[in-house]
Each structure stands twice: as structure tokens, then as C-alpha cells.
Design a protein around this ligand. Sequence first.
Ligand code: ADP
Ligand code: ZN
Length: 293
Amino acid sequence: MILGSIEAGGTKFVCGIGNEQGEVLERISIPTKTPDETIPEVIEFFKKRKVEAIGIGTFGPIDVKKSSPTYGHVLNTPKLAWQNYPFFQTVLDELQVPTGFTTDVNAAALGEYQFGAAKGLDSCLYITVGTGIGAGAVVNGELLEGLSHPEMGHIIVRRHPDDHFEGNCPFHKDCFEGLAAGPAIEKRWGKKGIEMTDRKEVWEMEAYYIAQALVQYIMILVPERIVIGGGVAHQESIFPLVRENVKSLLNGYFTHQELNENIADYIVAPGLKDNAGLVGGLVLARHALEEEG
Ligand code: ADP
Ligand code: ZN
């Protein structure tokens, strides 16, 4: 089975070909310009390879409500050229194969659930901490969606007592993303995260925020595993700090081993490394094919 996958990001589109075992056989990267410039290149790649189905995981916000007249459109993104772009419909019209459509983080959650760090479980949550913060959750094998896809990066967190950075979310200023995404780290400390790998205070503050968010996700969704991906999570020293902060915030409320002595197996890095989104797109493609058939 030849499946296609699109991981659409703010700087690049990663397009891949793979199979139902989640193996990526070929991939290319196309710069994200305007839809008129980028999409024809994407379509050409897949047309040549005769994919049987395709899955799209994209930056958002997007309309994921199948009954909506604007299903599959990009919504009010700051990337103005993409606002109201009928992403799903364009790909479907051009390739005429079953097409799955969701957010980048939902796709990554599906990838990790099926083939990565959460393989064999019934639920998981995937969070990316990168240029922005977003998360997707799989609950009993299904992506969690309601009116929209979740927006778990924009929750409210308690401020670190030593943090005087005002926050940079254009909507909420000091929401979780406004305080803890890569650009917030850079603005607060005046340097990129990667240049501050040995600055303990930077990563303690970062872990303080990430842990609060995870505790809220745990309290509401009780996922069976949490996977943290994205550029900021390349700073591996945050993992033990996040786990310690989560345990201390939970304060023994849950008695499950996963949230106590086994927390190192509960809050983990992506099993698929930086391929979670692309592999998730293959899973989406297969789902779309199954729904059709
Ligand atoms: P995007 O979110 O655009 O898809 P990434 O997930 O790669 O991209 O995240 C980019 C952000 O991650 C940038 O703000 C960058 O400074 C930060 N970043 C990348 N590598 C590291 C690292 N090793 N340590 C800390 N921050 C990093
Ligand atoms: Zn916000």
C-alpha cells in the first residue's frame, strides 16, 4: 500500500511516502511560501508517486468539523496568505484519493500512539514545545476533537516568582505558549535556547511551566502516556526537571505507579524522534482509506 503524508509547518512542508507499517520510504521538504507557490509542488510530488490515500497534519488553526461548510480550511493564522485556504479540498480535488486532515500535533499524537512511544496503549497525549506550543490527544484510539481541535498551548499557568517577562502571545500575553515557547525563552533571556544549554535557571523556569500544563492535561484527560516533542524538548535536561515538578504538583494525589516511581516511563521523548508528524500522516491516510472502503 502506498500512502502519502504531508506535515505542513510554518517554515517547511515535509512530504513523505510510506506504508501501513508506518515506514517512511521517501521524503522531501518544500519551503512554506504562499499556497499558490507551495501547493503545486506538493501535488506534483504525490501525483508522480500514485498514492492510494493521503494524510495531512498542518499548522492551524484549521476547521476539522466534517459537517462544517468550511471543513478543511485554514482559519485565522498569522500567515495571512493561508487564511481561509481550502487545504483539504484542494488536495482531494487534485489527487482524488481518500484524504485525512488534522493538525500537526494531532497527527504526531496518532503517529506516537500507533508506532512510537505510546504503542500498545489506549490513549496518549503529544505536546510540542517549539515556535509555538500545541498538543493533541488520542483517547481510545480516536483523536480528541469537539467544536474544534484542542488549543492546549493557550491555557493559563501560574507565573514563576522570578519571571518578569510579560509574555508574547498576541492573544493572551502570558498564557503557557506566551511564556514557554521557543520565542518566549529567547525574548526573556536575550539568547536562543540552544545557546543556553548549561543555564540551569532557564530550564528550571521552563520545566516549571511545562509541568503545570502537563498536570492540567493529566487532571482532565488522564492519558496513559505523555510525549514531549518540538525543538525546545531537544534540551534533554528538561525531562527530569519536568517529571520532578509534575510529581511535586500532583503531590501524591494519584497513586498510580506511572505518576510516581515510574514517571520516567510516563513523560517521555518521541519514540519516532522528529518523524512523529510524518508517520502520523500515514496513519491518517490509512484511516481515510478504511473509512472510504
Ligand atoms: P517549529 O515549532 O517551527 O516546527 P521546532 O519544533 O524545531 O520548530 O522549534 C523551534 C524552536 O525550538 C525555536 O524557538 C528554537 O530556538 C528552539 N530550539 C531548537 N533547538 C533547541 C534546543 N536544542 N534547545 C532549546 N531550544 C531549541
Ligand atoms: Zn495564548
